[in-house]
Design a protein around this ligand. Sequence first.
Ligand code: SAM
Ligand code: SF4
Length: 338
Amino acid sequence: MTPTAEDRRAPLVDTFGRIHDNLRISVTDRCNIRCFYCMPEDDPGYLPRQEILHYEEIARFVRVAASLGVSKVRITGGEPLVRKDLPRLVELIGGIPGIRDIALTTNAVLLAGQARDLYNAGLRRLNIHLDTLDAARFQRITRRDDLGRVLAGIEAARAAGFPVIKINVVAVRDLIEPDIVPMARFGREHGFEVRYIEFMPLDHQGLWDRSRVLSMDQIKAMLEAEIGPLDEVPDPDPRAPATEFRWADGGGRLGFIASVTKPFCMNCNRLRLTSDGKLRYCLFAIDETDVKGVLRDGSRDEAVAEVIRGNVRSKWIGHQINTQLFVPPPRPMNAIGG
Ligand code: SAM
Ligand code: SF4
C-alpha cells in the first residue's frame, strides 16, 4: 500500500489506536550465563555474526523510528554487555533527535568493567537481572558461578552514579519462593526498585507451564505477610508494563510485571528490533518483518519507515496467553530481546 502524505507524518498508531513510541533493541543473541528459563545449557545455536546488525545500521533504524515518534529506547539481548564497545551505541542513539530516554537491561556479569563508560556515554537507567543473593541458588538458576561478579557490577553501577537501578527477578513457582523476601529486603536496604516478572513461555527448552508461574498476587501476599503493607502507586504512564507499589513504611518502591495473570496488551506501546534485524510488534509475535534487507540494499530511509509502519499496522490485539489460541513464539527470549 502506498503511504499518503498524512501517513508519512503520522505517529505509529495501530488499528486498535495504540501509539508506539517505545523501542527495544536486542544487540546480540549471545549470553555469558544460562538462565534455565531462557537458554539451554548446551550450545544454543547462535546467529552467525554477519547476520547481526552493525551499530550504524541500528542507529539509522532508530533515527527513522524517531522521525515516526519513537522516543524511548531500551538496549537488551541476549546479554548486551558481551557485545564489543556498547557505550559507542549508547552515544550514537543518545545523539539522535527525538530520543529522550535510553535504558539498558543486563545480567551485570560484565558491568563492573563497563559501568563508568556507559554512564559517560549518557546512559542513566539500568535494569539488572538478579534472582537470588544465594550463590548456590544462583548457580542452579544460571548454571554459572557468577554471583560475585553480578554484585560487583551492581556496586560499580552505583559508584558510577546511576540514579535509577532496577532489579529484575523472574518469578518461577516452586523455585523462587525462598528469594522473594530477601530480594525485596535487598531493594529496601540499597534503594533499588525490585521488579518481579512472571515466568513467561519464552524458554528455549519449552519448560514453561502455567503451574510454574508465581503470580503477582501470590508474591505480593508473601511480601506483605513478611515485611508489611504495600500501597499501589498510580502510574504517570499507564502504558508502562509494571504495576508499581510503595512500602507503606517508606521503604521505597517495587513493581510487578504480571504479563501472564494480568496482561497489558491494550496499553502496549512497544516495538522490538532483534539483533538480526527483524521487527516484532509483540514479545510473543509469531510473524516478524525483515528490516535488515532494506537497511542493507541501498533503500532510502522512506523504505525503512514504511517497513516500520507496515509492522505496526499488522499488530494483533494481544498475545491471548490466557486462551487456547495462545501459541508460544518460535524464538526463545535470548533471541528476541526481553
Ligand atoms: N541478559 C539480560 C538480562 O538477563 O537482563 C537482558 C536480556 S534478558 C532476555 C531480559 C529479561 O528477560 C531478564 O532481565 C529477565 O528478567 C527476563 N526473562 C528472561 N527469560 C524470561 C522468562 N522466561 N520469563 C520472564 N522473564 C524472563
Ligand atoms: Fe542470558 Fe538474560 Fe537469558 Fe539469563 S535471561 S540467559 S542473562 S539473556
